[in-house]
Ligand binder design. Structure first.
Ligand SMILES: [Zn+2]
Length: 531
C-alpha cells in the first residue's frame, strides 16, 4: 500500500499527533504566559524534538493494540498534568485512574477524543493567557491635576542590603559610597543600620507592613505546591488609603500584595523573566535547555523528583522585569496623586545584570546565586566571587531607580513626591546560614548579610541626611507613616512595641531562637579576617 494508505490505516498520524499535542500543551502554555517569542529557533528546536519523539513512539506502537496505546496516552497525560498544574499527587492519581477507565470504555475512540480535548485545551490556554496578561489592568485613568498631594512612591528592592551591612572589601565599600551618594543626590534620609528581624521575604514584609515583630507562625512559609505567597493584611496600605491615596500596586507573581482590601489597582508581572533568555543568551542549545528545564521546573513534583539528578530550576533565569518600573513611571505621570507600590526582585538573585543593566548570562550558573542552600552557604572564597557579581547587579538596581527619579524630576513631580525605598533582608551571601543549628558558627558578618536592609526615605521638600541608629523595618515604617500622615502612632492605631534592644530570629529545625544582638556590631577578630 502507498504511504498515504499506511498512514491512515495504521493510525500513525492520529497517534503521533495526539502525543505531540500532549507534549506541546504545557510548553505553549508556559511560552504564552511569559510572552516568550514563539517564532524563535529554540522553540522550533523543542517542538521538533517533541515531534520526533511523538513520531518515534507512534512507530513503536504500530503493532500494539488500542489498550496499550491508550495506556501510554493516559501516562503521558498524567505527566502533562504533573508539569502544568498544582495538583497533589493524590489528585494526579485520581485523574490517571479515571482516564484509564475512560480509555477502556471508549476503546479506539479514546485517542481521537483526547486529540480534540488537547486541541481545545491549547486554544483555551492561548485565550487564558490573554486573560492572564489582562491581569495588567486597563490603562490607569487620568485625574485632573489639582492633586492636593504629590505622588507617594514606595519601592521594595528585594534583597538590598543596607550600607552599614556591607563588607569591608574595596568593591563593597565602593557600592556603599555609591548608594550614599545616590540617595544624598536625591534628597533622601538614609538609615544606614536598618534591619529586619526575619530572614525571609514573607515574614519580613508581612511584619513590617503590619508594624509587628512577633514570632507567631514565622518560618512557616515554605511554599508547597506553588501556592502564591500573599500578604492580605496590610495596615500600611490601609493607613495610606485612609489618608486619601488610591493604592496602586506593581508586583511579580512571587508575592501577592493585591489581596489587601485597600488596593485599588494592581498589575502583575510574570516570573521568571524568561524573555531575558531569548535576548541575553547567544547559544541556541543553552536557550533550548533552559526552556525545557524551566518547563519541568514548573512542576513541584517533577522538580522534587529530579532535584538531585538535574538540579532543575537552579539555572538562574532573571526574576527582574524592567517593565515593572517603567510602567510605574508612565502611570505616575497619569495619576500624580496616587500611592504607588512596587516590589522588584533586584538586587535579589539570580545575579544577571551588569552595572549598566545589560544582561550577563555568561557566568557559571552557581555564581548567579548569593549562597548555596544548606547549612554552609559559602566559603570565604565563593562569597567573594559571588559578591563580585552582586555589586554590579545592585548598581543596576540603583540605575533603575535613577531612571524613575529622573522622569519625576523632568515632569516637575519630584519635589512634592514622597519616596520610600527599602529592602526586606540582606544579600543572603552568608558563609553560615542563619539557623539555630549554626548557632556556634554564626558570625556578625553572616548576620549582616542576612538581616541588614536598605531604608531610604524622601519626604516632600525633604533634605538629604544620614541616620546611623540601628532600627528595624517595622519601627521605621511606623515612623515614616507618622511623618506622611502627620498623625501619632496612637491615632494611627499602631501598637508597635518599642524595641529597646535590637533582636533577630533564627530559623531552623530546632525551636527557633530569638537572639538579642545588634548585627552591626563588629568584633575585632572578624574585622581582620572575614571583612
Ligand atoms: Zn526577599
Amino acid at each position: 500500500m502507498s504511504w498515504k494508505q499506511w498512514f491512515l490505516k495504521t493510525g500513525f498520524g492520529e497517534r503521533s499527533l495526539v502525543l505531540f499535542l500532549l507534549l506541546a500543551y504545557p510548553l505553549l502554555g508556559m511560552l504564552w504566559h511569559h510572552e516568550y517569542p514563539i517564532f524563535s529557533i529554540e522553540v522550533f528546536v523543542l517542538f521538533g524534538c517533541f515531534g520526533l519523539l511523538a513520531g518515534l513512539v507512534a512507530t513503536l506502537l504500530q503493532p500494539c493494540r488500542w489498550l496499550v496505546v491508550n495506556f501510554l496516552l493516559v501516562t503521558v497525560l498524567t505527566l502533562v498534568l504533573l508539569i502544568h498544574s498544582n495538583f497533589l499527587l493524590i489528585g494526579i492519581l485520581t485523574v490517571f485512574a479515571s482516564s484509564l477507565v475512560l480509555s477502556l470504555l471508549l476503546r479506539e475512540k479514546f485517542p481521537l477524543i483526547l486529540m480534540v480535548v488537547m486541541a481545545a485545551l491549547i486554544t483555551g490556554a492561548f485565550f487564558d493567557n490573554r486573560i492572564d496578561r489582562a491581569r495588567n489592568a486597563p490603562q490607569l485613568e487620568t485625574t485632573p491635576v489639582l492633586a492636593r498631594q504629590g505622588p507617594l512612591i514606595h519601592i521594595v528592592v528585594d534583597g538590598f542590603i543596607g550600607p552599614d551591612g556591607l563588607p569591608q572589601s574595596a568593591e563593597s565599600q565602593n557600592l556603599r559610597s555609591e548608594m550614599l551618594d545616590f540617595f544624598a543626590a536625591h534628597d533622601f534620609q538614609v538609615h544606614t543600620r536598618a534591619y529586619t528581624h526575619y530572614n525571609n521575604t514573607t515574614d519580613s514584609l508581612t511584619r513590617a507592613f503590619n508594624f509587628r515583630n512577633d514570632d507567631e507562625n514565622i518560618f512557616q512559609s515554605i511554599v508547597m505546591l506553588r501556592e502564591a505567597i500573599s500578604i492580605p493584611e496590610n495596615a500600611w496600605f490601609q493607613a495610606l488609603s485612609d489618608h486619601g491615596y488610591p493604592i496602586i500596586v506593581y508586583q511579580t507573581e512571587a508575592v501577592n500584595f493585591c489581596d489587601s482590601s485597600a488596593v485599588d489597582y494592581c498589575k502583575v508581572f510574570a516570573i521568571p523573566n524568561l524573555k531575558t533568555i531569548h535576548t541575553g543568551v547567544a547559544n541556541i542549545a543553552t536557550r533550548t535547555t533552559v526552556l525545557l528545564r524551566t518547563l519541568l521546573g514548573q512542576s513541584v513534583i517533577i522538580s522534587e523528583l529530579l532535584q538531585n539528578s538535574l538540579s532543575i530550576g537552579n539555572w538562574g533565569v532573571s526574576t527582574y522585569d524592567k517593565r515593572l518600573l517603567s510602567t510605574l513611571t508612565q502611570d505616575v505621570q497619569l495619576r500624580p496623586d496616587g500611592a504607588y507600590f512596587a516590589h522588584i526582585l533586584i538586587p535579589h538573585s539570580p545575579l544577571v545584570y551588569r552595572q549598566d543593566c545589560s544582561l550577563d548570562y555568561d557566568s557559571e550558573s552557581w555564581l548567579r546565586f548569593t549562597a548555596t542552600t544548606g547549612l554552609i552557604g559559602n566559603s570565604v572564597e565563593t562569597r567573594a566571587r559571588r559578591y563580585a557579581r552582586f555589586v554590579p547587579h545592585a548598581q543596576c538596581a540603583l540605575r533603575e531607580l535613577g531612571n524613575l527619579f529622573r522622569v519625576l524630576q523632568e515632569q516637575g513631580l519630584y519635589q512634592q513626591a514622597t519616596i520610600l525605598v527599602h529592602g526586606d533582608h540582606g544579600t543572603s551571601a552568608f558563609n553560615y546560614s542563619p539557623v539555630v543549628e549554626n548557632m556556634e558558627n554564626l558570625r556578625y558578618r553572616d548576620l549582616r548579610e542576612m538581616y541588614s536592609a536598605l531604608y531610604a526615605v524622601k519626604l516632600p521638600g525633604g533634605t538629604a541626611g544620614l541616620n546611623h541608629q540601628t532600627a528595624s523595618l517595622n519601627v521605621l515604617l511606623a515612623q515614616t507613616l507618622t511623618e506622611i500622615t502627620g498623625k501619632s502612632k496612637q491615632q494611627l492605631g499602631i501598637s508597635v512595641t518599642t524595641e529597646e534592644e535590637p533582636f533577630i530570629y533564627l530559623s531552623g529545625v530546632s525551636p527557633l531562637a530569638q537572639m538579642y544582638v545588634d548585627i552591626f556590631t563588629r568584633n575585632s577578630e572578624e574585622s581582620n579576617t572575614e571583612e
